[in-house]
Design a binder for this molecule. Structure first.
Ligand SMILES: *Cc1c(COP(=O)(O)O)cnc(C)c1O
Length: 227
């Protein structure tokens, strides 16, 4: 079995190869290491190999990891569904939240962001696959949500996030990713400061990079399968 360091090197090489293959600027795509369910040692190993950004889905687990890595300069991203009663802890302990999909959550995150910290970076999660079970706002509601959150001082809207339904094959994966790219391009034209298209996982980061992703969220390919 390969070590985390070896897998990190391979993923970085693949990302560079895809950037060049699809005409993207070198280093224009950031790697978010999705460490949910993985032990602290895995995070420490990835950090020792140069990884700084980590993504977590489960609040209690994440808070423990954040607490236990305070001596490391890590950047923490919350990427799981956000319940109202979790907003205070997310706003207090994370640098990013990728999964904002309604005004109430955005408002609560903004209100709870401590004043000594810069605004919490957020992405709006969009449901591009149109499945009732998935989180994310319907694309039709995006403009209204963007307008509603524009005055909130404790958060900074940075872009969009999606977790498309799994598709077989590059062409169908690209089609799903392309739908989000179109929304992103439109948003970037009207709102200043938009620079983050959070899309792509272990299964589809080639398609995501081909379609303009600026941040891929990779768990399994880096840390191995989850239990
Ligand atoms: C778990 C998760 C990932 C990582 O998925 P892998 O297939 O393990 O790479 C990415 N994004 C979100 C929102 C996740 O919940």
């Amino acid at each position: 079995m390969k070590s985390i360091v070896e897998r990190l090197t391979i993923i970085k090489e693949e990302m560079h190869e895809f950037e060049s293959r699809y005409g993207r600027e070198p280093d224009s795509v950031k790697l978010l290491a999705v460490s949910k369910t993985k032990p602290l040692a895995a995070i420490q190993a990835a950090h020792a190999a140069g990884q700084r950004d980590f993504g977590e889905n489960y609040l209690q687990e994440a808070l423990e990891k954040i607490e236990n890595t305070q001596d490391l300069p890590l950047i923490w991203h919350f990427i799981g569904p956000v319940q109202s009663n979790k907003t205070k802890q997310i706003a207090s302990h994370f640098d990013w939240c990728h999964s904002v999909d309604r005004l109430k959550i955005a408002q609560r995150l903004s209100d709870a962001r401590p004043e000594h910290l810069p605004p919490l970076n957020i992405c709006i999660q969009v449901n591009i696959s149109g499945e009732a079970s998935k989180s994310g706002i319907d694309p039709d509601g995006l403009d209204a949500l963007v307008a509603d959150i524009s005055g909130l001082k404790g958060i900074a809207l940075r872009g969009l996030m999606a977790l498309p339904q799994p598709e077989e094959g590059l062409a169908s994966q690209r089609a799903a990713c392309h739908a989000l790219l179109e929304l992103f391009d439109k948003l970037r034209g009207i709102v200043p400061g938009i620079d983050t298209l959070s899309m792509g996982t272990s299964a589809d980061f080639e398609a995501a990079i081909a379609e303009g992703s600026t941040l891929v969220r990779v768990g399994t390919a880096l840390f191995g399968p989850r239990e």
